[in-house]
Design a protein around this ligand. Structure first.
Ligand SMILES: Nc1ncnc2c1ncn2[C@@H]1O[C@H](COP(=O)(O)OP(=O)(O)OP(=O)(O)O)[C@@H](O)[C@H]1O
Ligand SMILES: [Mg+2]
Length: 232
């Protein structure tokens, strides 16, 4: 089970303007694996995440989650797939400004048949004392933790994080990574973290490097360390 990607191609533009952004990607990520995806700007990281997330469509190739191929799905089943299986966390938190923290997290649970318990989750997020604040009363790190809460309350099998610490300072970044690690362990969520930060790869079970739309390296990390021991 988990995530399987086979011979994936994606390009933008037509004829002489055509740019190949993903060039024959093969990747397997097991259920419950913490995967860190690194690569220079423009290497195709976000494009790959968007295709896994069903937000963008590949030109060819296969993406399956838990044995289900997403390219065979119609619009309706794709929507259900996103609701049931996927959580998405972006660099910018995208919280709804006129809902408080609790309501922002609960938005994620309305979409699920089998959501996590809010009370348990807000404890894990370390946000209980802030739960009635509005987004503009929260720090960047608190907003990102709220966004993570919104993404995981539906208990997705896979959580996609596109530079989740890109807008945060060192200490706050570590707290976010620590939280992602706790989610991974507690709920066996498959997590893919896209980052520019080389240090973050050390907390991964699997490290994948992308360059010019190709996988340069893909290996199991046998020197995995805890997020709290990361340094950069
Ligand atoms: N909608 C689009 N139309 C045309 N080109 C695009 C589009 N989206 C992405 N690209 C191009 O595809 C390439 C890969 O973009 P992508 O956003 O996947 O890179 P990235 O690895 O996430 O980079 P960064 O680290 O800067 O976020 C870039 O050259 C980008 O210009
Ligand atoms: Mg990107």
């Amino acid at each position: 089970m988990g995530l399987q990607i086979k011979s994936l191609f994606k390009s933008y533009g037509a004829r002489e303007n055509k740019v190949t952004v993903l060039n024959n990607i093969d990747l397997n990520v097991e259920q419950g694996e913490m995967c860190v995806l690194i690569g220079p700007s423009g290497s195709g990281k976000s494009t790959l995440l968007n295709i896994i997330g069903g937000i963008d469509v590949a030109d060819s190739g296969e993406v399956s989650i838990n044995g289900q191929k997403i390219e065979n799905m119609n619009e309706k089943s794709l929507t259900t797939y996103r609701r049931k299986h996927l959580g998405y966390v972006f660099q910018m938190y995208n919280l709804i400004p006129n809902l408080n923290l609790k309501e922002n997290i609960e938005v994620g649970s309305y979409l699920s048949k089998d959501p996590l318990e809010y009370e348990e989750l807000v404890e894990l997020l370390g946000l209980k004392e802030h739960q009635y604040k509005m987004p503009n009363q929260l720090s960047g790190g608190q907003q990102q933790r709220t966004a993570i809460g919104r993404a995981i309350i539906k208990n997705p099998s896979i959580l996609l994080c596109d530079e989740p610490t890109g807008a945060l300072d060192y200490k706050t970044s570590k707290a976010i990574l620590n939280l992602l690690e706790e989610v991974n362990i507690k709920y066996n969520t498959t997590i893919i973290i896209v980052t520019h930060n080389e240090a973050i790869k050390n907390m991964a079970d699997r490290i994948v490097t992308l360059k010019d739309g190709k996988i340069l390296k893909n290996y199991k990390n046998n020197k995995k360390i805890s997020a709290r021991d990361l340094e950069w």
